[in-house]
Design a protein around this ligand. Structure first.
Ligand code: ATP
Ligand code: MG
Length: 251
């Protein structure tokens, strides 16, 4: 099977060689758990180590902010951009622009191998409020309103929007990371409680603090089409990015 390597040694090992190519993977975690860093690292490693083009779409940080985050880990984004291996785009959720149309255009013109959407939570929340696309041919809110026979609560509409979004993103057939906020009650794997079922894979990040001691963990909770490490892996946010600490795997 073809694999998309993350270039993060311990993670590739835990995934038995990388993400199965074309998988849509949800990266879920609370605030500051390292979702954006992991995604950025995935895209930058893809370009730098494997010569694969990567597209990073953020609804939360603009290009300058992502540059700043990357350079804090010593990653040179502009060099990869000049080589045509990396594209970073900020999508303003308040702009009223059709998200899927914009992504579709970028995928067609740039032809990336990997893609990141950071974050699904802000995106679906915004789609809920503004009904982006109501005047566009692709109206997610309209779809949500017509397909659901039960009373249309906000939650049902947001789930339907999310479902449609992920279904459309799947059509690109690219290895994709989507970030989702995870609230501190651990009963669900994403903020919406539905994307974990639609996505091919789920990675959960935790940042645990007890007094002055803190530690980070990463867990591959689900990964379709491959065996993977099931336990939580301890990791570190180092000056070079996320590193998985040396540990024995039961693969
Ligand atoms: N250069 C760095 N070196 C070490 N640790 C860092 C560095 N930059 C950020 N961090 C740590 O990573 C955390 C932020 O990581 P990141 O932005 O990837 O998290 P996130 O899950 O995307 O957060 P959010 O929910 O705010 O989007 C910071 O709170 C800090 O603890
Ligand atoms: Mg983030």
């Amino acid at each position: 099977m073809l694999r998309t390597k993350t270039g993060i040694q311990g993670l590739d090992k835990a995934l038995n060689g990388g993400f199965p190519e074309g998988n849509i993977v949800l990266v879920s975690g609370g605030a500051g758990t390292g979702k954006s860093t992991l995604c950025l690292q995935f895209i930058i490693n893809g370009a730098k180590l494997f010569g694969e083009k990567g597209l990073y779409i953020s609804t939360e940080q603009n290009e300058e902010e992502l540059q700043k985050q990357a350079s804090s880990f010593g990653w040179d984004i502009s060099e990869l951009q000049k080589k045509g291996l990396l594209k970073i785009t900020y999508f303003d959720i308040g702009s009223g622009e059709n998200f899927l149309k914009r992504v579709d255009e970028m995928v067609k013109s740039f032809q990336p191998k990997r893609i990141v959407i950071d974050s699904m939570t802000t995106l679906t929340d915004a789609l809920m409020i503004s009904g982006i696309g109501e005047k566009e041919p692709f109206s997610l809110v309209q779809i949500a309103e017509t397909v659901s026979p039960i009373p249309r609560t906000d939650q049902i509409i947001s789930k339907t929007i999310l479902y449609s979004l992920i279904k459309e993103i799947k059509k690109f057939r690219l290895t994709t990371l989507l970030t989702s906020e995870l609230y501190e009650e651990f009963t669900r794997l994403s903020a919406d409680g539905v994307s974990e079922f639609i996505a091919d894979g789920v990675i959960i990040l935790h940042y645990i603090g007890a007094g002055a001691a803190t530690f980070r963990t990463l867990r591959v909770r689900k990964m379709r089409y491959t065996d993977h490490e099931k336990s939580s892996l301890t990791c570190d946010m180092t000056p070079k990015g996320i590193e998985i600490k040396q540990q024995e795997f039961n693969l």
